[in-house]
Design a binder for this molecule. Sequence first.
Ligand code: SF4
Length: 372
Amino acid sequence: MSAIYVHLPFCPYICPYCDFAKWPHRGSLAHDYFAALVDEIRREPAFAARTLYLGGGTPNTYGCARIADLKALLDAHFGPFSESSIELNPELVAAGDMDAYARAGFDRVSIGVQSFEPREIGTLGRRHTQSEVTRAVSAARQAGVRSVSIDLMFGVPGQTVQSWGRTLKSAVTLAPDHISAYGLTVEEGTPFWQWREKEPGVFPGDGLEADLYELAIDELGAAGYEHYEISNFARPGHRCAHNENYWANGEYRGFGVGAASYRNGVRWVQSRELGSYLQALRDGVQVPAQCEHLQSAAAAGEAVMLALRTADGVAFEAFAQRYGIDFLEFYRPVIRDMQRDGLLAVDGERARLTQRGRLLANDVCGAFVTFA
Ligand code: SF4
């Protein structure tokens, strides 16, 4: 098992586009959840993992003292980790917090920024200011955190090529080690979904989204960031090892409500119902989960989908060794179509998405997953 994920689902406010398992932070509920989570972790037989990721939600709604306790428990159970990340909302980072996270052993922080444009920040329902982001990044630097990452978002209603360009420039000026740039996905059941039903014209269409994505690739590439995964850019030596494990179809164990795990060809996703999660831990029974046994062809299809997201692509030899499948032979018809459409580049060792393929990555990856 290579990676541990821990889900801390409480947030100071709820963003109208968010589809994660999350709830507004309320003291007693957050307290009960923390106790249940600790219980779930303690019940798992100890093993050595390489990376740790605390995500959410907003992990730093708990404050650094409780996070440090949790980290100590995880270290004792699954450490030492070669990379330990925590997601942070910048407006909740108080003086001294970054030092406390660094002392607790977090060597990587991922700061949720999304945009530097006040209007877009408001549209997304976020509450930070540019100076809070700047303060959080410099506090992380001063605390000696090895890798500082920021998350950005394009495809925001009302966003233009100019406003996205300004956000990218502000991000580059802060010189983080890593930048994630995600396209906004409008998920059913969110307030954004209802908004788009009523006013579809407010949301950027496919053409503008492609322009925004290409601008990110150009600007971040020019600033020295390697585009190592569809949505991720890193300075040399700063790729996120935890996520690289996902994309390599490696095993992982997720703790907490809605967390996913993958082990021995079985993937399971724990209940997203907070009540049933807490009840299961109170009753001392397994957290209800949806399980999926991935048969070899399905597992190989998933592996292709994940690998194609990365700049390294699918390595034929390693793929054959792990899945017993000759990639070029098995997927010949799909590869032919993708090459014809300029979406896939194939050399003697690897297959990778072209720049055009990255723009249409979901379609390309979907074709490999459904082919069997
Ligand atoms: S802070 Fe993050 S997890 Fe919480 S509601 Fe907003 S997007 Fe979702």
